[in-house]
Design a protein around this ligand. Sequence first.
Ligand code: PLP
Length: 425
Amino acid sequence: MGSTVKKDKNLNNLNDFKTNTGIYEEGMKYLMNTYTRQPVVFEKAKMQYLWDIEGNKYTDFTSGYGCLNVGHTNNEIVAAIKKQVSKIIQPSNIYFSQSQVMLAKKLSELTGFDGKIFFANSGAEAIEGAIKLARKYSTDKYNKQRYEIISFQNSFHGRTFGALSATAQAQKQKLFEPLLQGFRYASFNDLDSVSGSINTNTCAILIELIQGEGGINVSDKDFIKSLEKICKEKDILLIIDEVQTGLGRTGKLFAYENYDIVPDILVLAKSLGGGMPIGAIIARDEINKAFVPGTHGSTFGGNAASCAAGVAVLNYFEKYELIRKSQETGKYLLSKLNKLKEKYAGAVKEVRGMGLMLAIEFKSPIAGEIIVSGLKDRLVLNKVSDFTIRFLPSLVINKKDINNLITFLDKKLKESDDSGKDKKN
Ligand code: PLP
């Protein structure tokens, strides 16, 4: 054939790559450089633990960026996926599948606002669908100009163009301008800023109740209640992005339950699939009617395998009382982090979050060094800025795992304290 690609015999035999650095170096040659990758390759995982290709065991405090709330390769999820893939994986969306209907029914019942579901493959794709649904509902009902959406400074809604346009972070947006028009950005937890952004063309407000990528910024209950009130008064749709806060992460199945509100459109993804790709939009009945055949779709969205995993995830929550247990471990981790803050008041600026979605912010940019050092100590950690480490462990994490983390952080903070003293001396 006319290919100019030189064939490397090793490419056909991945078993030749048995070391972390071997695969890392090969990966750097063939995969686009879109992530700051670490030279560790995970070969196996079980619940809150990971093993690299050389057999080293790690505790995961990121759960794949908040996807594995029920743990990695959870036996019950794996069994449900295996059972489904041996029957049918992708019936195509002009036919229902048992697992898709089961998952939709469960989500509609659990949310309890008479919602119908649209399934996508990811968070960003679900956000795109929510933007389209809000625009369609509002422009059908009012006029063609009523398509503006208000989102918030420091938010994160995904990397596709609509989702990126909603993501009010200049450094992420400016590389890809021009973006989708029709977005206004308000300040988080600032009602005046929202009121000042609303006009007759506003169709929706899109918000994360706890900003995840933005640094674990928790919204105030009064602020969210007021947003809900304004939205009701003006028939503006309240879209809650629970891609990261969803499914037990904040001590409730859905974070909005902590705020005593009802969303018009709820967006889920990440942990719903127990590791399988899935996204979901859940919209109240009056709103979801704006989508009719031909208005929206997704070839793989809601495929039978991902939906079977989703059903198993929801069943697992119920069967093992995972939320009640995670509330306890969440409180434990929070109290331990707060003790570190007291002990190292000179180094730790703030501890914040809810449930098992927590962050520690330092007074100096030491987060990167702590992440790299954590990996050497077999802890998988994630930073959201040079100053802040975010904790999104599987909800099955236990106190012993947390104690190991705290011992490590204590050691690092002591080192940083000592080096600060040395510099002063
Ligand atoms: N929304 C929120 C709140 C997220 O945290 C993310 C991803 O981190 C997304 C949307 C985008 O999801 P995905 O990466 O699945 O496209």
